[in-house]
Design a protein around this ligand. Structure first.
Ligand code: ZN
Length: 285
């Protein structure tokens, strides 16, 4: 038998009006739109307080053509489209996805070099300050395995432990992603993804507890992606993929990106997928 825990009842500040505070923790600007944009727009439209915290400023080097401030400005523009009430940068630099971890820039450490307990305490402080009811983080694989995304998973889990706040981990169902990326590789849109890595990326359907229908928020999600202008109009194949996405007609965009997926790591395995991140199945005993 399934029992329900409704997180709205946990919010001591907003309980009497039925409102919750949700903090979405992300690695880089643009991750918030891609992985959780629809969910954040939906929560904001329902009247909840939504906060986005990014670990890194989204800049690896001059090759990106944008400085950290510009990427954070783009994040703020995307957040405004989604109805996000506050954007926080935890102050770290990107660690990059390649085999080399480059030296730190002069003014801030790369996220990968920051001790876990230090970053987790910084996030925990923000969660306490905001009286958050729910933290959104990443799956254990960090999606496709970027070291900053893997670290977001670890820091999210630690901060949840420190504060006792429930965490849901954003992910994607692996099988359709493998199919989509295989097509993109064949069309030579994305070539640097190793099919071997993709086979173990993200999550199997059995692990997923929440599938959030955000098709009604497709226009906002697409506009939030488009707000990351340096990514959209940059050089390279990732920018090409971005441009393809934001030029898709809304119904097609909704088909591809109209559902967002989460794992409740505390939940018992279940065959039911929940549509609302503020609802969650019974916790493990
Ligand atoms: Zn990222």
């Amino acid at each position: 038998m399934i029992t329900w825990i409704h997180l709205r009842s946990v919010s001591y500040l907003g309980a009497w009006v039925g409102m919750a505070t949700i903090l979405a923790f992300h690695a880089h600007p643009d991750d918030e739109a891609l992985l959780t944009g629809g969910t954040l727009a939906r929560l904001a439209a329902e009247g909840h307080r939504v906060i986005v915290a990014v670990a890194c400023d989204g800049v690896m080097g001059e090759a990106t053509g944008a400085d950290g401030q510009a990427r954070l400005d783009e994040l703020r523009a995307a957040a405004a489209v989604l109805g996000v009430g506050r954007v926080v940068h935890l102050g770290y630099a990107d660690s990059g996805h390649g085999p080399i971890l480059f030296p730190d820039p002069p003014d801030r450490p790369r996220f990968a070099r920051v001790p876990d307990d230090e970053a987790a305490e910084r996030l925990a402080e923000l969660l306490r300050e905001e009286h958050a009811d729910l933290l959104l983080s990443y799956d254990a694989q960090g999606g496709y395995g970027h070291r900053d995304h893997v670290k977001v998973h670890r820091i999210g889990a630690l901060a949840a432990e420190l504060t006792g706040i429930r965490v849901l981990e954003a992910t994607l169902p692996r099988d359709p992603i493998v199919r989509l990326l295989t097509i993109m590789r064949k069309l030579r849109i994305l070539v640097r993804y190793d099919p071997q890595v993709i086979r173990t990326a993200y999550s199997s359907r059995a692990e997923i507890t929440h599938r959030v229908d955000v098709r009604r928020f497709s226009a906002r999600k697409r506009a939030a992606l488009a707000a990351h202008r340096s990514q959209v109009y940059g050089k390279g194949r990732a920018a090409l993929a971005f441009r393809l996405l934001i030029r898709l007609p809304l119904p097609v965009f909704g088909l591809l990106l109209g559902r967002e997926w989460f794992i409740d790591p505390a939940a018992s395995p279940t065959t039911t997928l929940y549509d609302d991140v503020l609802r969650t199945p019974a916790t493990q005993t």
